[in-house]
Design a protein around this ligand. Sequence first.
Ligand code: BJW
Length: 224
Amino acid sequence: MGKYQNICVLTGAGISAESGIKTFRDANGLWENHDIMEVASPEGYADKPALVQRFYNARRMQLKEVEPNPAHYALAKLESMVSEFALVTQNVDDLHERAGCKNIFHMHGELRKIRHTKTGEVKYFEGEVSKEDYLLWRPDIVWFGENVKYMEEIQIAASKCDLFLCIGTSNQVYPAAGFVQIAKESGARCIELNMESTALSAYYDESHLGPASAVVPDFIKSLL
Ligand code: BJW
């Protein structure tokens, strides 16, 4: 596809906002009613497993009520038009795959997976974890202080790409916020698409501001 043949995309909560999934740090963000460390840290889970499981049960059930939006579909189309494409997402929802994206790295885990706390076995799970299983099966989600998934694959994708897109993330959580540095140092053009400027906007070659459902399809059309 013209100028760019190897594209790496990093997405965050903003891309799913218009599908009806709350972001983390906006005014109505998910964390408003929950202390962040209470529901997204190993310590919080050890302290209040019932609260944490209820929180993730509710979010897992919410997945059944939401649909991908035009930004998710535009990225799937982009993937089909270039020779190499990696979609790195901080999101734990499944909207990228439901829109048709294939090469996805869920670096913070997935709501639809649970992990056995003793054996480490991971399995797909659609329902609500029962009270009997609260301590045996935890959400397969990366909480604060835990290592993110697919780090090696992501570092390779960011260092090989010629275009790095960052969509709908506040760039406040690491290591995700640092991937742009890998891409930039490797010579990629780095473009941010977000509702508003972020702490790292100045680091990007371009920023396009606005709702993802409009800005992402428009930007992708401009590449064609
Ligand atoms: C729209 C829009 C629309 C809205 N259209 N846009 C000190 C310095 C540096 C690092 C650390 C530090 N101390 C600790 C750390 C490490 C820590 C970290 O980064 N902490 C920071 C808070 C400082 N990171 C970790 O612990 C990670 N692990 C790790 O680093 O391991 C090694 C290590 C261990 C220990 C110590 C040090 C190193 C793991 C991070 C796990 C993050 N987990 C969460 C929760 C997952 C559970 C769940 O989903 O329930 O992941 S936190 C939460 O934030 C979630 C998200 O994936 C992540 C990023 O949020 P995101 O996606 O950016 O959302 P928002 O809400 O912040 O932003 C949305 C954006 O969209 C906004 O800009 C809006 O404007 C925009 N927007 N509507 C377009 N319609």
